[in-house]
Design a protein around this ligand. Sequence first.
Ligand code: CP3
Length: 355
Amino acid sequence: MAELENDLFLRALMREPVSRTPMWIMRQAGRYLPEYRATRAEAGDFMSLCRNPELACEVTMQPLRRYALDAAILFSDILTVPDAMGLGLYFVTGEGPKFERPVRTADAIRSLEVPDVEKELGYVFEAVRTIRRELDGKVPLIGFAGSPFTCGTYMVEGGSSREFPTIKGLAKEAPEVLDQLMDTVAETTTEYLNAQIDAGAQAVQIFDTWGAALEPDDFRRFSLASMQKIVDKLTREKDGRRVPVILFTKGAGPLLADLAETGCDALGVDWTTDLADARKYVGDKVALQGNLDPATLRESPEAIREGVARTLASYGKGPGHVFNLGHGITPDIDPDNVSVLVDAVHELSPQYHSK
Ligand code: CP3
């Protein structure tokens, strides 16, 4: 396998000196790109796209052809894991993900098993190998999974939810049952991420979109503890290089301090916390990734540049920053505005680095 031509992203995650701030964009492959919509139409539907390694590779590469990004992210979805556990994932246009067989009762949770990851999710590992070949060492490839709690919300509620009534009910009325669900998903996710790393993922991110919807003590018991179990068992070195782990709990705020204790390498930060405050919460334990509000991309080029300037200034000088949005890019964004964003990070960030 060729040496990496651009390893800024991996170096920033290790808090090593870099010449400018590296960047990627959460959901960088997606519906805001017309070429993505064309490939998805070719595949037929979203899950067929995920299950086809050649097409998953194609959409992974699309944003890199347009923009000077410093990392690729595997094209897949966090809900492939519960799907592999037998819940039957499907997507209804306009309504988001749904499960044919949600797990709502203690009995259903007790009978869940860790699936044969190679057999059920082999298409993901094949996509990772295909993407690595296509990248040919240009930039690193990020693998990912959902946090057990975030996957759990979809598994228990049966789809997207605003209030999380069923899983919050379990947290209060049957916490041991929810512990068990978290354990089974954590074990599956550990095997899943290690297999992605085996196949060639050079960093991994755990998306904890909904953990911070819990009260802090419940966040620690269910979401943080289950991510901790994963971090403890991940492969951390491959081909002589560290495989960094990024935890992204949306809305974590002061809980970033707890997340920094897990032994992860970096934390994702959303736009509701200033990076300057985030740095105070975590000290020099971990790198930080974020955190421009994705809504900024709807504004003028000047406003986008100002947003980038503010984000870089908020982190301040020194290593350990990976530029990103504070959450995924939305389908309504003009792809030209993303060029403005990328150019601004390239132009404005070198002054924050001494190397
Ligand atoms: O970042 C990337 O480019 C990698 C691909 C990626 C997708 N989903 C592709 C996708 C990643 C990392 C995800 C993560 C994911 N999936 C999360 C966590 C991150 C977050 O954004 O909070 C969650 C909660 C999901 C579950 C999920 N998948 C939802 C709620 C939806 C529907 C969203 C919608 O707007 O309809 C999906 C579908 C999905 N996953 C799409 C994409 C590009 C859109 C599908 C389509 O083409 O119609």
